[in-house]
Design a protein around this ligand. Structure first.
Ligand code: AMP
Length: 218
């Protein structure tokens, strides 16, 4: 069975960070829909033009547009070894579209990891987050600053604050999460796929738990 994982959780819960850390250790493809949109916007592609306004104001890009893009990406050969979907699905409709596509392609979701964190922690993390313009890795001014201010430790790229990580937009994104995405916790629980991890702890502790879980049960 392929290791087809979904990382579910509010913005700032750590999905992208842990998808990056895990794909350094386990041979899986990291697919972040947010990163795909940000790259498309930076490159001025058609997809970028369609997504820009939604992404910068913290609204969700329309379901069909995201789902088509993800389903296409999942048919690329590197995904055969397994993948982490980071930031998709984000609505019940997207989850249904994914399930339909998987049924057609004889694929399945092996596990959904739910990163559980309280709103105070999420707001603190989001508004202190710094992202590399070049490779997309996240740092945090308070919890995990880069060695050199403004410079990515990994690739030397420039760090910036995402337009949607300002306090007002971060709050809007959490509202969107609550109404649109949170119902997916129940959806995947009912399918027996949910694994909940407390995402308020240190990186080292969480990474150890995740690695143990993957090695024992995926
Ligand atoms: P993220 O980097 O995952 O926080 O995503 C940044 C932004 O990209 C979101 O606020 C949305 O505007 C857009 N986006 C990413 N994934 C999705 C998705 N599955 N559905 C709709 N919009 C998305």
């Amino acid at each position: 069975m392929g290791k087809n994982l979904i990382f579910l959780g509010a913005p700032g819960a750590g999905k992208g960070t842990f998808a990056g850390l895990l794909t350094n250790k386990i041979d899986l493809v990291h697919i972040s829909t947010g990163d795909i949109f940000r790259r498309a916007i930076k490159n001025g592609t058609e997809l970028g033009k369609k997504a820009q306004n939604y992404v910068e104001t913290g609204k969700l890009v329309p379901d069909e547009l995201v789902a088509d893009m993800v389903v296409k990406r999942l048919t690329e050969p590197d995904c055969e070894k397994g993948f982490i979907l980071d930031g998709f699905p984000r609505t019940l409709k997207q989850a249904d579209l994914l399930e339909t596509a998987f049924a057609k392609n004889e694929k399945e979701v092996s596990r959904v990891v739910f990163f559980d964190a309280g709103e105070d922690v999420l707001i603190k993390r989001l508004t202190a987050r710094l992202t590399c313009r070049n490779c997309g890795i996240n740092f945090n001014k308070i919890y995990g600053p880069p060695a050199q201010e403004g410079i990515c430790d990994s690739c030397g790229g420039e760090l910036y604050q995402r337009e949607d990580d300002t306090i007002d937009t971060a709050k809007d994104r959490l509202d969107v999460y609550k109404t649109e995405t949170e119902p997916l916790v129940e959806y995947y629980k009912n399918r027996g796929l949910l694994y909940t991890i407390c995402a308020e702890r240190t990186k080292a502790v969480m990474l150890e738990e995740l690695l143990q879980e993957f090695n024992s049960r995926v």
